[in-house]
Ligand binder design. Structure first.
Ligand SMILES: [Zn+2]
Length: 402
């Protein structure tokens, strides 16, 4: 109980750190013991008010001497509320994850409800898991339930790793796997027997990228993560709340490579394998800097990006995002990082609203807390011919689905 209370007090101390403008007030409370006393009082008050739950999901502020707990301002704007239940064109979601326990009938039902023509499960795996996936989903409805395979990196220290993976890829392709997904551990946390992190442009992987190109299998690659995950988890971090909920998503510190280092490794691979299609997951994980990702798209015609889990980033910079989506309309793919029917964070309708409408200042999530940062988004009302490409035409072309 004591341990739990101390943890709660410590967390509250962090949440209660006021914004810069209230610094002079907070300075009175710089003494740690005093701060803890203040927190104990805050807990008592919040328990009395029955709002402890809100404290953890919203902001607490000091305004002059007054502590405002559970601050959740509601906008007074009266705005148009278009909520398209279906997309203007049937969607291909190139970025989903689901286990083989899911029923294909359930998926297809939800897909029809949401106007989704096809989905790609990026968690196809390898070995027996992949076989089951292919049999259960692609075997059932190959044009609508598409599976990408993954590499078995536990074999990275085998002297014939490259040959094993190339053979695996060809076999997976023959069985029906349409592409290869690389998870973010490559370049970030995956180590080999030397104790070094395996770089994305490690020579052992070159034959794999080359084979994927030969087989016409796109490589959807998740590299690095949002900028905030590589910065200190402090009051200036724009995803502080998210990192407090998922401390293991912070890659700040000497034990992790720099974000720029990993992204540079990926870019060298894309440059080295012009005949292989690479799809950078989550706007190539540079949604915070669309100019940078635009330059990459300019340099490498074999590079594409998906928008999965980055509507929050794109929607908070609607002018720049719209320009970007229009300019690179042939290279952008629709994705959500969820699956149709997933109850937590139902994202599809929010994506449709973002891409299609001119709605302003709306939530990019559908639950009590903002999953990433504390901001609202704006729709980018893409023209029909751009929507068509992003919703399905680009994916159709890359996957040979016509
Ligand atoms: Zn994903």
């Amino acid at each position: 109980m004591k341990k739990k209370l101390t943890k709660y007090i410590n967390q509250l101390s962090i949440i209660l750190k006021p914004a810069r403008s209230y610094k002079p007030v907070w300075k009175k409370y710089t003494n740690r013991t005093l701060r803890h006393y203040a927190c104990i009082i805050a807990i008592a008050v919040s328990l009395m008010l029955g709002c402890t739950k809100q404290v953890s999901i919203s902001q607490a502020l000091y305004i002059k001497g007054d502590l405002v707990l559970g601050y959740q301002p509601k906008s007074n704007l009266v705005l148009k509320q278009s909520t398209p239940g279906k997309p203007k064109y049937p969607v291909i979601d190139v970025h989903t994850h689901f286990s083989s326990d899911l029923s294909p009938i359930f998926l297809l039902e939800k897909m029809d409800e949401l106007g989704i023509r096809a989905i790609i499960n990026l968690s196809g795996g390898y070995g027996a898991k992949l076989d089951r996936m292919l049999e259960k989903f692609s075997g059932y409805y190959p044009d609508r339930l598409i599976i990408f395979c993954n590499l078995d990196f536990s074999k990275i220290d085998d002297s014939d790793f490259s040959e094993q993976m190339v053979t695996f890829l060809s076999a997976a392709h023959a069985k029906g796997a349409k592409g290869l997904k690389i998870f973010k551990n490559l370049g970030l946390t995956l180590k080999d027997k030397t104790g070094q992190i395996v770089a994305i442009d490690d020579a052992r992987l070159d034959p794999v990228w080359a084979r994927a190109g030969k087989l016409g299998m796109p490589v959807l690659i998740h590299t690095a993560d949002p900028v905030a995950f590589f910065k200190p988890t402090d009051r200036s971090n724009e995803r502080l709340m998210q990192l407090k909920r998922h401390p293991d998503w912070s890659f700040y510190g000497a034990e992790f490579p720099k974000r720029e280092t990993i992204i540079a490794q990926r870019n060298r691979v894309i440059a080295r394998h012009p005949d292989t299609i690479f799809i950078g997951a989550h706007v190539g994980n540079s949604a915070e800097d669309l100019m940078a990702i635009g330059k990459l798209l300019d340099s490498y015609p074999n590079f594409y990006v998906d928008v999965a889990a980055r509507v929050a980033e794109l929607g908070r910079q609607p002018y720049t995002a719209r320009e970007f989506l229009v300019k690179y309309q042939d290279r952008i793919l629709f994705g959500t990082d969820r699956y149709p029917g997933k109850t937590i964070q139902p994202r599809y309708k929010i994506y449709y609203r973002f891409l299609q409408t001119q709605d302003e200042y709306f939530d990019y999530y559908d639950h009590p807390f903002p999953p990433t940062g504390e901001w609202k988004i704006y729709g980018v009302f893409l023209p029909d011919e751009v929507l068509e490409k992003i919703y399905f035409k680009n994916a159709e072309r890359l996957l040979g689905l016509r």
